[in-house]
Structure formats: C-alpha cells, structure tokens
Design a protein. Sequence first.
Length: 212
Amino acid sequence: MQRGVLLIGGAGPSSAQIRCIVKSDDLICAADSGLDMALSAGIEPQGIVGDMDSISDSKLLENYSTVEIAERDKNESDTELGISWLIERGCESVVLIGGGEGRLDHTLALLKLFSRENLLGVWFTARDMTESIEENTELVGDVGSTISFFPIGNGPWMVKSMGLTWELDVVDWNSGAFSLSNRFEAASVKLMVESGRFILIRPIEQLLYHRW
C-alpha cells in the first residue's frame, strides 16, 4: 500500500523527528512553506503544490519539475490540494506533518479532515500526534503519559478500553462528551471500537511508540 506524506506550513516536529516519521518508499508532497520544512529535514519532495504565499523563497521552486501553483483566491486549502495530489497518485493513506500553533480556524479545518473518508490517517505537529481509529487497536506508551480521545465523523460512537486511568466504556460520546488528558495506566492499552470513528491525541515525545 502506497503511503503519502504531506508537509505543510506551521509548527512541525523537529528535523530528527521528521526523518523518523518519513519512510524511504513514501510519496512525498510539500504544500507551500512545507517545502522549507522538508528541506530543513533533508527530505526531497516529489511534488509541490499551493499558492506559495508563505514559502521562504520562490526561487526554491526552480529546482523541481512537479510544481502546481494555485490561485490565492481559491475554495480549497493548500493542505487539501496536497492531499488530493497524493490520493490522485495512488496513495491509500496520508501522513500530515506541520500545521501546529496556527490560526484556530485552520486547526479546526485540519481536524475536520479526519471526518472524510480516505483522506487523513495521522497528523504530526511540533507538540502532538493525532490519528484516527475505527477498529480494535493496541497502543504502547510510557505509563503515566497523556492521551485524549474525541469522537469524529458520524455516530453513533462506542468504544471500550483496557489500560487507561479512566476507561472509555462509560463516556457518553453521543451527547458530546470526550476524554481529555487521560493517562496510560499500563504500558499497553487496548481499544475495542464497536462503532464510529475516533481521534486520539498524544504528545510528540511518544513518537517512539507510534504504530507504523
């Protein structure tokens, strides 16, 4: 299965963390100033998209043959353009890198992408890892590390857990509840998803334990 990686503007992981995330066989796209982030990490994208209103130096684009420059007055974000570029080239999952600590409306728009089918699976910022789950999953992490859960997409939502300080079985997701700053009570947490999709958010420091 071809995996796509999209680097975007905004606060992202460190260069060392980015190199840990990106695999040699990933198809890599940079959206606008995501090119600056890619180059800082020593990563060469295969495609570049966006309106280029925030890239550090437009002359950087001269080094690439696959550049799609969009109008600034458009109905899609640069992130959406980048995801579409990857999906059109056969990627069945997309990893998003960057986009942290920006405008609230942009953050909400990025989170909303998790509601769409076959668009976004995991998102890494300078602080957090956010991923969607809709099937039984086992998570590994440091005992005491934090993790938050939110329902996403269409309900109803139901999930059971084993290994958290506050188990998820009793959360009334369908009334708008969520589980904020929960904790690993054990080194392994089991999630049994019975219906719906969820996003879970963990500190980027737990990258070592991320499920690849």
